[in-house]
Write a protein that binds this ligand. Structure first.
Ligand code: ADP
Ligand code: MG
Length: 163
């Protein structure tokens, strides 16, 4: 069984708070893959998670730089692979070295590079509830044993956002 949680947030700050709650469970080598259309809130969630990981610098979208790196509780990497059309381009960014070095890696549009992801990773799927509203629907899915083991704790931490 693949563990899943269906959540929703009403504001950008709530999405940051959710990111912060998720961050409490992250350990070196973890990968979080974020999906959702432009403006869905992927970067916003990473901002909260980075705060939870002790990153003090402002977290900006890596859309043009492809990867940004922040010192925190370990090294936090933030990738946007939207513009990369080959898996090799992601490897060229040093993706495997980031994991080997015990970084915590957030990947916007991570579904495009599923083949490169480790056995265990967390998927965060964001979508707009409707065109007008600030509400975001956010589904978390745990892949692999590491997330199965942490799921009950994660569920407890994010329970206020359950739909
Ligand atoms: P993405 O990285 O998915 O393209 P961003 O996080 O850069 O998206 O942008 C999301 C935008 O939507 C921001 O301007 C943010 O303030 C706004 N927003 C409004 N409501 C929410 C919400 N509930 N969660 C996240 N962002 C929200
Ligand atoms: Mg973004």
């Amino acid at each position: 069984m693949v563990p899943t949680l269906e959540l929703s947030t009403a504001t950008a700050e709530e999405t940051r708070a959710l990111g912060l709650a998720i961050a409490a469970l992250l350990v070196p080598g973890d990968v979080v893959s974020l999906t959702g259309d432009l403006g869905a809130g992927k970067t916003t969630l990473v901002q909260g998670a980075a705060r939870g990981l002790g990153v003090e610098a402002p977290v900006l979208s890596p859309t043009f730089t492809l990867v940004r790196q922040y010192p925190g509780r370990g090294t936090v990497y933030h990738l946007d692979v939207y513009r990369l059309d080959r898996l090799q381009d992601v490897l060229d960014l040093g993706f495997e070295e980031m994991l080997d070095a015990g970084g915590i890696v957030f990947i916007e549009w991570g579904d495009a590079i599923e083949a490169l992801l480790p056995e265990s990773y967390l998927t965060v799927e964001l979508s707009l509830a409707n065109g007008e509203d600030a509400t975001r629907l956010i589904a978390l899915t745990g892949h692999g044993r590491a997330w199965e083991a942490r799921w009950a704790m994660l569920e407890e931490r994010v329970s206020v956002w359950k739909t």
